[in-house]
Every structure is written in structure tokens, then in C-alpha cells.
Design a protein around this ligand. Structure first.
Ligand SMILES: [Zn+2]
Ligand SMILES: [Zn+2]
Length: 347
């Protein structure tokens, strides 16, 4: 089977790999039907990398597929089931998981790089290929009527869903989203569905600003052409209730744009970003700043979101390519010509 393998120093190489076999208890063999290219994949493939990964693994952590084989201990799934995959599931067995803290799952947070999470497709073989083995406790059944290119959005949607829950958005809130990549657009769609009164999206790409409007933005701004701070102050009466940073180094700007007492979500994940923080403004405005890392245990809601069509997920998938064209997909994203590229296996 053709596989996109991370070979270190910014190199992703297409190779023939043998079909994996189930070697661990309670694992299943999945036939991949769609796998997204994530901003994290771009960070991994930077030189120097902006995100760590294990050399020699098949990349791809945002995926969906059909079960073809299950370990004898798996009774809750069967061959033929269509599933969403949580690429970083809590084990359910360790002391932290059994104390109601799967977000501190010991094997999940200690088996990869220190401080990182042992994500499938980053620190072990992922889904930019035809078949992958995954633990049964990472799976969520989904109606086969949801097309694979939509179901493949599960992981980024779970990340946004669990982050947005911290913000407790209310109908009538004013929101600023910095960056209209897939994550910024998913936040925009989510806030629209939750009844936000005004959603201002700041994005330098005209193409992405157009998609943001289709996803529910009430106003889009090119921050290189216009004074974003002045626009936000005018449109929100002094600052937004919520600002989402979905780029990486823009926390100082988020602090400037939020109203006193407001909330900031630092979602953009750039391991190299070291912005200068205006500390006094945090103090004077009494801001709450949240971080959000991985889609923590919000996958259970995703089948219903996808099956109901409550979010305009179709707008977020800009390209569907075979895995053999993965480099073209990466190039589209680097040049800002794509939003979410979904790859399909060919064999
Ligand atoms: Zn991702
Ligand atoms: Zn655990």
C-alpha cells in the first residue's frame, strides 16, 4: 500500500508499505476512507520543525474509515462499521483516567516527547495510507451517509468543540477570530451556530476571507490593509467578548482586541512563537486566557453534529486528492490556496 512517510528534516516520502496486522489487544484494522492534512503536519515538515514527530512513521492523524478486522476482545465494533477516530484517546485504565482525568492519561502523555501527547499519525503510524491499526477505544461509530471527506474533519472539529466549551459563548456575544484556516473557520461556524451576534474574522488571504463569510462571519478584515483594532473597537463598543487566536504568534494582538473581562482562546500552536506579552493590559483588563490542546474527549458529540448538518463543514474542505498527490496538497496549504485538503487512499 502507498504510504506518506515522515523521514525527518522536512521530508515526506511516498513509499510502498506492507499492510499492518493487528498485534495489540483490543485493536482493530481500519481501511482508511479519508485523511486530512493538518497545520500540525506542515509544522512537522518545517525545517527546523515547529512540532516534533517520530521519524519513519506514516503521517496523518485526522482520519476516518471502515473497520475490516477486529481483535477477538473487541465486541462493541464489527467489520463494516464506519467510524471516526480519536487519534489521542485516554487509555481508560490508568490511575488518572480512572480518577476522571483522561486529559492527564499517564501512557498518553508520557510515551511520546515530554509535554506532548502520543498522537497516532505523529508519534506512531497514522493514516496517510490505505490501512492502519487503532485501539477500539479510539473509535466512534458514524452513519455511513456522512461522506468520508466530512467525517475526516472529526479531529479538528473535536479540538474546536472542546476549546469552545471553555469559552461558554452566549447568544449575543461579540467574537473576533484571528486567522481563517480550517480551525478559525470551524470556530466561526461554531460561534454562528451558538448565536454569536457579531463574528469578526481577521485574515490576510482574500480567498480565506471569502470562505469565512460563507461560514458565518459578519465582517471580514484584511489586517494588512485596515486597522483591525479600530474596526473591532467600533463594531463591538470597545472590544470583543471573546477573541480566538488561531494563528500562533498573535496573543499580544488578541489582548489588545478583547474587552475588559473578556476571554481569549490561544489555539494557534507554534512551538517556536515567542511574542512579547503586554502583561499590564492583562492585569488592567482582568482578561481570562485559555489554552486548548487536542480534542479532549468531545468526540461523542461529533457523529450527531455531522449527521445533522448543523455546521457548514462542506465549505471547509477545499480539495480532495489521492494520497499520491500529498505534496501538491501540502503546497496548496503553504501557499494559502487551500483550506482543508482531504486525501483518499488509492488501493
Ligand atoms: Zn490536526
Ligand atoms: Zn489513561
Amino acid at each position: 500500500m502507498l504510504a506518506a512517510v515522515f523521514e525527518g528534516k522536512g521530508r515526506l516520502v511516498l513509499k510502498e508499505r506492507a499492510r499492518p496486522r493487528i498485534t495489540k489487544d483490543r485493536n482493530v484494522l481500519l481501511k482508511v476512507s479519508g485523511v486530512g492534512i493538518c497545520g500540525t503536519d506542515l509544522h512537522i515538515l518545517q525545517d527546523p520543525p515547529a512540532h516534533p514527530a517520530t521519524e519513519g512513521i506514516v503521517l496523518g492523524h485526522e482520519f476516518t474509515g471502515e473497520i475490516v478486522e477486529v481483535d477477538h476482545g473487541v465486541v462493541e465494533f464489527k467489520p463494516g462499521d464506519r467510524v471516526l477516530v480519536d487519534p489521542h484517546p485516554g487509555c481508560g485504565l490508568c490511575m488518572e483516567c480512572r480518577s476522571g482525568h483522561p486529559d492527564r492519561c499517564i501512557p498518553l502523555y508520557t510515551s511520546a516527547e515530554p509535554g506532548h501527547c502520543a498522537t497516532i499519525g505523529i508519534f506512531s503510524d497514522g493514516a496517510m495510507t490505505s490501512f492502519v491499526t487503532v485501539p477500539a477505544h479510539s473509535l466512534y461509530r458514524i452513519d455511513p451517509k456522512v461522506p468520508p471527506h466530512i467525517a475526516a474533519l472529526a479531529e479538528p472539529l473535536a479540538c474546536v468543540f472542546s476549546a469552545a466549551q471553555k469559552l461558554k459563548v452566549q447568544p449575543g456575544d461579540t467574537v473576533v477570530v484571528l486567522g481563517a484556516g480550517p480551525i478559525g473557520l470551524l470556530f466561526t461556524s461554531f460561534f454562528k451556530a451558538c448565536g454569536a451576534a457579531k463574528i469578526i474574522v481577521s485574515e490576510i488571504s482574500a480567498y480565506r476571507r471569502g470562505v469565512a463569510e460563507e461560514c458565518g462571519a459578519s465582517l471580514v478584515v484584511d489586517p494588512n490593509q485596515h486597522d483591525l483594532t479600530a474596526i473591532v473597537e467600533r463594531e463591538t463598543g470597545g472590544g470583543a467578548d471573546i477573541v480566538v487566536e488561531a494563528v500562533g504568534p498573535l496573543l499580544p494582538q488578541a489582548i489588545r482586541l478583547v474587552h475588559s473581562g473578556g476571554k481569549i482562546m490561544q489555539f494557534g500552536h507554534d512551538e517556536l512563537a515567542r511574542p512579547a506579552i503586554p502583561v499590564a493590559e492583562i492585569v488592567r483588563k482582568e482578561i481570562r486566557i485559555f489554552g486548548a490542546f487536542i480534542g479532549k474527549f468531545s468526540f461523542n458529540k461529533l457523529p450527531a453534529i455531522m449527521e445533522s448538518g448543523v455546521l457548514p463543514l462542506e465549505k471547509i474542505v477545499s480539495h480532495r486528492l489521492p494520497i499520491s498527490r500529498v505534496h501538491e496538497g501540502l503546497k496548496l496549504l503553504k501557499e494559502g490556496k487551500g483550506i482543508k485538503v482531504i486525501l483518499n487512499p488509492e488501493d
